[in-house]
Design a protein. Structure first.
Length: 187
């Protein structure tokens, strides 16, 4: 950002002082309009087009990208469902394993799947634990760090050992640049 210096004079009763004020110059960034020529702004992910003006090729490409991502993600969840027992690993409560619509709520990732955390192991076969979503809300509490690994170690040592065993199988697949994000309890 460019700064502009202005010299201003302040007159007081007995003395004249000079002050240097720094002002930010506002840079005008011109936003591009839709490629079709309409006056609307482009929609993110539509290659410079407003979503209603996008060509069929652009729309099809976007659908194919989304469908491919959903297919692999759904396959991973369905494979984990086959391993589910119906009981929470932490508290022993009932999970959503037998509910076709909500079974994904009982699958918690040991290593966060966000792009800024551990995307390389998001769909690793061991990167999950079966936890309750309703009742004690172990899934929500685990994701929000209300239920920490130390609490799990003290409350249910068998569950902690299961989590640590799975984590040790996953850690070799994590990028070395992300090692600092791994919780110290899992190392």
């Amino acid at each position: 950002m460019k700064y502009v210096a202005k010299l201003t004079m302040l007159n007081r009763a007995t003395s004249t002082t000079m002050k240097l004020k720094i002002h930010k110059r506002r840079m005008a960034i011109k936003r591009k309009k839709c490629k079709c020529g309409c006056e609307k702004y482009p929609t993110f992910g539509y290659a410079g087009y407003y979503f209603r003006c996008a060509t069929n090729e652009v729309v099809d490409a976007k659908k194919n990208r989304c469908d491919a991502k959903k297919d692999t993600h759904n396959e991973w969840f369905n494979a984990r469902r086959m391993e589910m027992t119906g009981r929470c690993i932490i508290c022993g409560g009932k999970t959503e394993a037998h509910n076709n619509k909500t079974f994904k709520r009982s699958i918690a990732h040991i290593f966060d799947k966000r792009k800024t955390m551990f995307p390389e192991v998001a769909e690793h076969e061991d990167n999950f634990i079966e936890v309750c979503f309703y009742g004690n809300s172990c899934h929500t509490n685990f994701d929000n760090n209300i239920l920490t690994l130390d609490k799990i170690r003290n409350q249910n040592p068998a569950a902690f050992e299961t989590i640590k065993r799975k984590a040790n199988r996953i850690i070799p697949y994590i990028a070395p640049s992300n090692y600092y994000k791994i919780k110290k309890e899992l190392l």
